[in-house]
Structure formats: C-alpha cells, structure tokens
Design a binder for this molecule. Sequence first.
Ligand SMILES: C[S@@+](CC[C@H](N)C(=O)[O-])C[C@H]1O[C@@H](n2cnc3c(N)ncnc32)[C@H](O)[C@@H]1O
Length: 372
Amino acid sequence: MAFQFNFSITENVENKLEILSDTDLLLGSAQDALKNQKGSTESKEVSSEEPAALQESLHVYKVAPETAALVASCCPKPTEDENQNETLPKKQSYKVAREHNIPDDVDKVLENKVVEALSGLYHVNISVVEMTLSDGSHGEDIVSKSISSHSDLLPGVYEGGMKIWECTFDLIDYLSTAEIQFVNKTVLDLGCGAGLLGIVALKGKAEKVHFQDYNGTVIDEITLPNVVANCAAGSDDDNREAGEPTSKRLKKADCSPGLLSKCKFFSGEWSEFSRLLSSDRKLISNYDIILTSETIYNPDYYSALHDTLSKLLSKNGCVYLASKAHYFGVGGGVHLFEKFIEERNVFRTKTVKIIDEGLKRFIIEVAFKNSS
Ligand SMILES: C[S@@+](CC[C@H](N)C(=O)[O-])C[C@H]1O[C@@H](n2cnc3c(N)ncnc32)[C@H](O)[C@@H]1O
C-alpha cells in the first residue's frame, strides 16, 4: 500500500487542548521541542497538486520520501512482541489483543498528568503525555515514531489514538440531541483513543463500558486516565460549569470504584480483539451499543472492522459511527464503507446526521439486517 498519510504541523498548541480539526496535531509541544533541538523550521508538507482550500481541510498530505521509507520500515517488519497471524499476509504484523488491568492504586494513573475539562468531560492534556513519552523509552515508542515521520497515522504501528478527532464531538452532540439511552446497556467504544464516547456512555449509566484502541500506550496513558478523571469524586457536572479553571493537576484521583468496575480496557488489532473476546467467556462479547468515531479511513481495515462488528454487536444492537465523508490520501470514507457493508449483506445502514461545514461529516447507524 502506498503510504500517503501526513498532516500539517500546527503551532500554538502549548498548554492548551482545543477541539481539534484534523489539520491540528496534538504532538505540537513535543514537536516544537524536537524542532528546537534540531534548530530547524518545519514547514507544512502539502502536494502542490491539491487546491489550496482542499489542502487546508485535509489531515492527510503527501508524504516525503524519507517518511515513506520510515513508515515502510515500521510496518511490515515483525518484531518479537508483535503477534504474527498465520492467516494474514506474511509481511504485515498485527498487534495482538490484550486486556489492560486497572491498577489497584488508581491515583498512579493520573500521576504527572494535567487534567482539563472540555464539553463537560475531563481529559488529560495530550501534549503533556507526549512530552513524558517522547524520549523513546516507552514500550511501543509511538510518540517518537509519530514525530519523526510527521504523521498521526502509521499503519500497523500507530493508528491515531493520541489525538481527539473532530467526529468524536459530532457523535457526542448527536448522542445528546437524539437522547440515546445508555441505561443498563453494554457499550463498546471501538477505536476509542481518548475514550470520550465511552465516558459519555458511562455517565449515561451504562451497565458496562469497554474501551478498545490499537495501541496499548494510548489505553494506559490516555484512555484509562481519562476514565479515572471522569470517575473521580468531585468531577460531577456541577463542578464543570463555565468559569471553572480548565486545567488542573489532580493530586488524588479518589476514583469511584463502582463506576470504574464497569469498565474494561483492551488494546490490539480488531480481528485479534474480537477473537480475544470470543475466546474468553468472562468477557462480554455482545454489545447493545458500539460507538466508533473516525475509524473508517483505511479501506484495508474494512474487512476486519466489519467482521468485528458482526461478531460483537448483539442481535438487536446498534452501531453509531461518525466519519468524514472522505479521507483524502488514505482513500476511505462513508460511501466506500457503506458500499462495503452493502456487498457483505449483513448490516443495514442509515444516515442520521450530516454535518455540512468544512469537510462534510456523517453520523450513521448500523444494525443487523434481520434485527427487529
Ligand atoms: C483516527 S483514530 C480515532 C480515535 C477516536 N475514536 C477519536 O475519534 O478521537 C482511529 C482509532 O481507531 C483504532 N483503529 C484503527 N484501525 C484499527 C485496527 N485495524 N485495529 C484496531 N484498532 C484500529 C485506533 O486505535 C485509533 O484510536
């Protein structure tokens, strides 16, 4: 596959977390640090063939040859700790799925994190997380790989979970205005990244909420801390009204064990994840609601995604999927995914919202054809 993901480097991200469009990059602080180190001025890497307006709205840009070389060298090479699936092409490596334990001492999860509030939800400041991980000594080393390749998507290595993507906020809005009920439901936030969708379900009194991300680093450093921050005593809505300082260092999580015990956290590639759930009877493997945002950018993953949805969704369950119309440079998008679904003839889809500002975005519902 040709590697064409890349994005612009934004300035002005220090010490603040904003709702990001896909031209924004949360690696900002760490990248600035790297820039300063190199004493160089990074410039946007865009194709001169794209119209200027289009370039601005894209998060994917043509990749420099040295980046392509780096991505190519990252992806196909199997490493000792990566699972090699016999049924998959030999050259590709896929992350084995695993469950991440919630530490007994949840205070530790928020150590060295800066917690901020946005749209009534707490989340850790991602730039700070990246700074702490950018020395390359941390497991998957996705921060430095992402920085050195100038990319927030490295297929098979890093799938973008460190950043909060725009459609997450579209789906949060939709869930609220459509008054989607989570009470007593089992919910999966698939490709969760920051996990804000699952957190909304948790706050909506879901019975169980599971979070899945490709990268274990994302789960440990971002998703789990975000869930803990939102479960923390005193993090109820009353404390998050306008005027509240948006950034604070939580010294003590004081997390409600009741809420946290409803959650489970998983990393790994989708086929591996659904296999893990199906193989362990202690794990729920049928969800009433699956929430997923910005996960259909890469057509190469459609088969695994489709099969995972069909294995994990309960018979009368519903998937709420948020996506851009099209992911330039990567090739995926709503129409291609809907066509894929139609051909498989397992699910029906319904567009429930179109957001027609900037790059067109969609919320679609996916349910089994034979459901009631
Ligand atoms: C672009 S990010 C979106 C993150 C988050 N949902 C949001 O909207 O901010 C795509 C997410 O899908 C997950 N993902 C993408 N491809 C995957 C694959 N083949 N297997 C497992 N997870 C994958 C990644 O973990 C990543 O977090």
